[in-house]
Write a protein that binds this ligand. Structure first.
Ligand code: DLL
Length: 435
């Protein structure tokens, strides 16, 4: 079966019992096999036997990205390298990479999680799946490849880039499903418009997009431009890649693969656990991975968890669309600002394209936010006066909704570099020591 009804629709109490059993196994496993965790548990006076309920997870130490960097490449590995059959890696933006090793069992579980993702997105074995996530060390390419191949789809590993060829293949192969980042989907849609290819007239009916924050307004924009359903995938290298959580036909929150990942929400400042329904930082403990299990990994992603009945029948916990990363949060005039808030306000404005960048500068002691956004062709051509009017309109819209004053620069169409992977939305021009 391409999906796992037993687990995906398991009653909550039964699932939580299963999770507790797997949590204890994982804690025992890392306490035995990973010196880093052995030391941490000792420092905190924790023994695997102390985990008697799921709430006891809060007794365990958190793991952060720096821990992975400090233990690069394989010091967090719980198995000898001879048992590792694949290594992915992510470089991030700040130097030293982190690694993601897998045993064969880890890979098989990942494939299952990705197959669930495809099935929930409405993909079926007879579909042609064009996989335009970067293939290589990035987990997107091979993760989606495994899921689509396991489902039995006709899988086309285009990888990211060569946008014109993506469009040609979409036409020639009759692609039904497109997989890539949401920003690359927009790039493809735009290039198709330039080439006078009507994407809406092609067979492609859905996309599975992820790997970067995107608002529901951006989803509407992509759906309208491409005439498809824009479904979602969420995950991270540290936890094995995409397949951690996925969208179902409701498109109203992502189901967490709860038999593999235990989710928590904490206050990012104090690490205090927050009740379900409150917005905070998402933390995951892997429950079945063996090569590099993660105990309470701080994702830096801000979202909210929801326990509710879903019309799709799945009982898995839901998480809201990621609101942003704590890394990307800006403080402008004392107000916390996430790029996604600006994105959704920009998408309310008819005169601009959904292509923007946020530039942060220092003005005296204060941080100043410059919103650079592309004007639609006809608006740009209408000249300076019209452009200033639109800039004023955007400034007013942001001030009215968020209470902050920003500078808006309307730029000419195609000014902002197009994304083929994760879009660069924030450019921090503040001196390093003042950030
Ligand atoms: O981006 C894995 C992935 C590949 C997910 C393909 C989905 C599709 P990393 O490169 O390690 O792994 O980046 C992980 O990307 O902590 C989030 O900040 C962000 N992210 C991933 N999916 C989403 C999403 C992959 N659906 C980081 N919405 C995560 C918002 C996402 N942010």
């Amino acid at each position: 079966m391409p999906w796992n009804k037993e687990f995906e629709c398991m009653p909550m109490e039964k699932m939580q019992k299963f999770q507790l059993e797997k949590l204890r196994e994982t804690v025992e496993w890392v306490a035995k096999k990973v010196p880093f965790y052995k030391k941490k548990f000792k420092e905190l006076g924790i023994k695997p036997g102390d985990i008697k309920s799921l709430e006891d997870v809060a007794k365990l130490p958190v793991t952060i990205k720096e821990d992975l960097r400090d233990n690069y490449p394989f010091d967090l590995c719980a198995v000898p390298l001879k048992d590792v059959v694949r290594v992915h890696a992510s470089s991030g933006t700040t130097g030293k990479p982190i690694t993601g090793p897998y045993t064969q069992d880890d890979l098989d579980q990942w494939t299952e999680c990705m197959t669930r993702n495809f099935w929930a997105a409405g993909v079926r074995p007879e579909d042609v799946v064009q996989n335009a996530y970067g293939h290589g060390l990035f987990t997107g390419g091979l993760g989606f490849h495994q899921g689509a191949s396991n489902m039995g789809c006709t899988t086309v590993p285009t990888s990211a880039g060569l946008t014109e060829r993506q469009i040609t293949l979409m036409k020639d192969f009759g692609t039904d499903i497109l997989c890539c980042t949401p920003s690359y989907a927009l790039t493809i849609a735009e290039r198709a418009e330039e080439l006078k290819v009507d994407i809406k007239a092609l067979p492609v009916r859905a996309g599975i997009f992820g790997a970067e924050p995107w608002t529901s307004q951006m989803r509407d924009e992509i759906e309208a431009r491409m005439g498809i359903k824009a479904m979602e995938a969420y995950g991270l290298t540290e936890l094995g890649g995409p397949g951690v959580a996925f969208d179902c036909s409701e498109q109203n929150g992502l189901h967490v693969n709860e038999d593999h990942y235990l989710a928590e929400i904490v206050d990012p400042a104090t690490l205090e656990p927050l009740p379900i329904g409150e917005k905070g930082e998402l933390i995951f403990t892997s429950l079945q991975r063996r090569a590099m299990p993660m105990i309470r990994y701080r994702t830096k992603d801000i979202t909210r968890l929801r326990r509710e009945t879903c019309s799709c029948g799945r009982t898995f916990l839901k998480m809201d669309k990621v609101f942003g990363r704590t890394d990307d949060m800006l403080i402008i005039s004392g107000v916390n600002v996430f790029p996604s808030q600006i994105e959704s306000l920009l998408l309310d404005i008819d005169e601009v394209e959904p292509q923007y960048r946020l530039i942060v500068r220092k003005k005296g002691y204060l941080d100043q936010l410059v919103v650079q956004v592309e004007a639609k062709g006809e608006v740009y051509k209408a000249g300076k006066e019209k452009q200033s009017e639109v800039e004023g309109k955007i400034m007013g819209h942001i001030k009215g909704n968020m209470g902050i004053s920003v500078e808006v620069n309307l730029v000419e169409p195609k000014f902002i570099a197009r994304s083929e992977g994760k879009a660069l939305r924030v450019v921090d021009e503040r001196p390093k020591q003042l950030r």
